[in-house]
Write a protein that binds this ligand. Structure first.
Ligand SMILES: Nc1ncnc2c1ncn2[C@@H]1O[C@H](COP(=O)(O)OP(=O)(O)O)[C@@H](O)[C@H]1O
Ligand SMILES: CC(=O)N[C@@H](CCC(=O)OP(=O)(O)O)C(=O)O
Length: 268
């Protein structure tokens, strides 16, 4: 089969990141994917799956250890996350997208050298097989070729160290890094979607969505304890993307990806 390459330069790109509570809910996942394929322009999906990795780890006698929303990853946990993120979740999403008529291709950061990374060296902690990367090292040429061939990439939260080891990498960081790296080529929108309506003033009250948030607001909310846990890497990464030229960054409910006025918009 001959693939005809289209010039996709300047076509808008939407990067959608779906979190672990969405991936773990078959009905919600199916609904989200049907909304995702209807988005106009180029699309790229990043998925998490932390909840499923924790569950499988527990079945195997491994206790999850999270620090600031990131998972400490020893060799045994690396095996679990490789199976869960690179296998079960990534391939199920690709199969669902194929069934819906979207030609998706699943990738980890090792495939096609998409995301070269190094072990995370933050603080005195030994993070184990956790990866950090610089968006400039992302293989954007590979993604451009896939877009030009009409293929929708689905990226798992795994990177690689170039020496034969996969590294577990926060999915919010992957989505932000891809948005930053692809921004020079396409006007890029980044949408983080999860099971809540946005960033909430009271995490128990879905009606308390903060519609706009600045870095100053974020600092205050952190000190007050309004924003915590998994929301911390999400917001750190969301602001990093906005500062690096991503056109729009939004945090919203998974069923609202096609409704740009909903959820929490980030502003500088
Ligand atoms: N202010 C907040 N608004 C919404 N969620 C918050 C807030 N503070 C903490 N959280 C927690 O952060 C979680 C989202 O982070 P995480 O579970 O890592 O999401 P995901 O897996 O979708 O990336 C929410 O389920 C909620 O429990
Ligand atoms: C290093 C690190 O924390 N990696 C994450 C990757 C998965 C993820 O980010 O999943 P969610 O989007 O569902 O939270 C983890 O193992 O939990």
């Amino acid at each position: 089969m001959k693939i005809t390459e289209k010039d996709t330069t300047l076509t808008p790109l939407t990067i959608v990141k779906i979190g672990g509570n969405v991936v773990d809910n078959a009905q919600l996942l199916d609904q989200v994917l049907h909304q995702f394929i209807k988005l106009q322009g180029l699309k790229l999906l990043v998925h998490g799956g932390g909840k499923l990795a924790t569950q499988l780890g527990e079945k195997l006698g491994l206790q999850a250890q999270m620090v600031g929303g990131r998972r400490l990853t020893d060799a045994a946990m690396l095996q679990v996350v490789t199976m869960v993120y690179g296998g079960e979740i990534n391939k199920t999403i690709v199969a669902l997208l194929q069934a819906a008529g979207c030609n998706a291709l699943g990738l980890t950061g090792a495939d096609g050298n998409l995301i070269p990374a190094h072990k995370r060296q933050k603080g005195a902690l030994d993070w184990g097989f956790v990866g950090d990367f610089d968006p400039v090292s992302i293989n954007t040429g590979l993604l451009q070729s896939l877009f030009a061939a009409g293929i929708t990439p689905v990226v798992a939260p795994l990177t690689h160290d170039g020496q034969g080891s996969l590294l577990n990498t926060n999915a919010d960081t992957i989505a932000s890094g891809l948005a930053v790296a692809l921004s020079p080529f396409y006007p890029t929108t980044l949408t983080y979607c999860f099971e809540k309506k946005g960033v909430l003033l009271d995490v128990e009250d879905e009606a308390s969505v903060i519609s706009r948030i600045t870095p100053e607001d974020y600092s205050q909310y952190k000190v007050q304890g309004v924003i915590a846990e998994g929301m911390l890497p999400k917001l750190d990464n969301a602001f990093a993307a906005l500062q690096a030229g991503v056109v729009q960054v939004r945090i919203c409910h998974a069923l609202d990806i096609a409704h740009p006025q909903t959820g929490t918009a980030l502003c500088l």
